[in-house]
Design a protein around this ligand. Structure first.
Ligand SMILES: [Zn+2]
Ligand SMILES: [Zn+2]
Length: 366
């Protein structure tokens, strides 16, 4: 609506310099006509050509029931079998902090269509606090384990969204070494309880200055290397399945095909979510200007068909003033070979999350 307001300001100022009331009316009616269809091009959504699970979505914590309604309503037009909600990674001193409990009862009404991870608003906050204070002693570990087990008892199907490097946005700037003792403990808990960890982490192979298009503060001016530490986390417990979120949404410039490939080869317990946000391409975007998958990314997806899932980071209800993340991600997905789509769409999520997802996908097929 900002655009409309600008048009009116322009019309009013033209009138003020004496061009006359008629022109004002003409401008105002032009503005109304031009704004009427919507600022963004409205086109019919293109559904996935193979059924898929949206493995990384968010919800409005102030309207859990409405968010669930909106996600359920989206399944058909997206050709999605299920949508899994993640909890925004957060810190204790951020007033908007919440965790899975805020929506869990609503999600549990639809176990065949929705699932939810937990810990973004609590376990992640505990890690950030521990990284800041330097206290990762037995009491802190005991409390962390108790909270993780509580979440699992309540019915979360994974730990997420956790972060090791997160730029300021929906939640504050956050940074912690991915091999922090609490991350290592979390990977043991994930392995023992057979649930995955979803990790948001900007790629930083070496210490570097904050990229110039980002602001400090709130972000740190210097960023600490995290890829070696990430590899230590991946090696710590080979039975822990770790999903590195947001491939396609790289804001340091180092989440390249080469880095992803190297880590996938070295760590069989590593998985990656594909997210292409038309409003924020970042660097190393997998699609070219015409929306076609770039050949080196296509080769990565087809070389490791068992290691990717669709995690578009779509928010439900869908924000009316933003392009749809799920749509851009599905336009990428639809270009993959059919056999690869089947794996990335549903089979890999079923493998990563086990029966919390697999049993419902099986049931839906029969
Ligand atoms: Zn994220
Ligand atoms: Zn997210």
């Amino acid at each position: 609506m900002k655009w409309l307001a600008k048009k009116f300001v322009k019309a009013v100022s033209l009138s003020a310099i004496g061009i006359g009331g008629l022109l004002l009316i003409a401008y105002a009616s032009f503005a109304r006509q031009a704004a009427a269809p919507k600022m963004r091009q409205v086109t019919e959504p293109v559904p996935a050509s193979t059924r898929f699970v949206e493995e990384h979505a968010h919800f409005d914590e102030k309207d859990p029931a409405g968010s669930v309604r909106s996600a359920i309503a989206a399944l058909g037009r997206e050709n999605a079998a299920m949508i899994l909600f993640q909890i925004t990674p957060d810190t204790f001193d951020h007033p908007g902090r919440y965790d899975s409990e805020i929506i869990l009862n609503e999600v549990k009404k639809h176990p065949d269509k929705l699932g939810i991870t937990g810990g973004g608003g609590s376990l992640n906050a505990m890690i950030m606090k521990s990284a800041a204070t330097g206290d990762a002693g037995p009491n802190v570990q005991k409390e962390f384990r108790a909270r993780a087990e509580e979440l699992l008892r309540e019915g979360v199907i994974g730990f997420g969204e956790m972060t090791a490097e997160h730029f300021d946005g929906f939640s504050p700037y956050q940074s912690a070494p991915p091999d922090h003792p609490l991350f290592l403990l979390l990977s043991d808990l994930a392995a023992d309880h057979n649930v995955p960890i979803d990790l948001h982490m900007e790629a930083i192979p070496q210490d570097m200055a904050l990229p110039p298009d980002l602001k400090s503060p709130p972000n740190a001016a210097r960023l600490h290397a995290n890829i070696d530490a990430f590899e230590r986390l991946l090696s710590h417990n080979a039975r822990a399945r770790i999903i590195w979120a947001h491939l396609g949404s790289d804001f340091t410039g180092f989440r390249t095909v080469e880095l992803d490939r190297q880590l996938l080869v070295a760590h069989p317990n590593l998985y990656m979510e594909i997210k292409t946000d038309p409003d924020a391409h970042g660097r190393n975007y997998p699609l070219d200007r015409d929306g076609k998958i770039k050949p080196d990314w296509l080769k990565l997806f087809t070389d490791f068909p068992d290691r990717f899932v669709i995690g578009s980071d779509q928010h439900y209800p869908e924000p009316p003033d933003a392009d749809k993340r799920w749509q851009e991600t599905i336009l990428l997905f639809n270009q993959l070979p059919a056999g690869v789509r089947k794996k990335i769409g549903t089979e890999n999520v079923a493998h990563i999350y086990g029966n919390a997802v697999a049993s419902f996908l099986r049931a839906a097929k029969n």
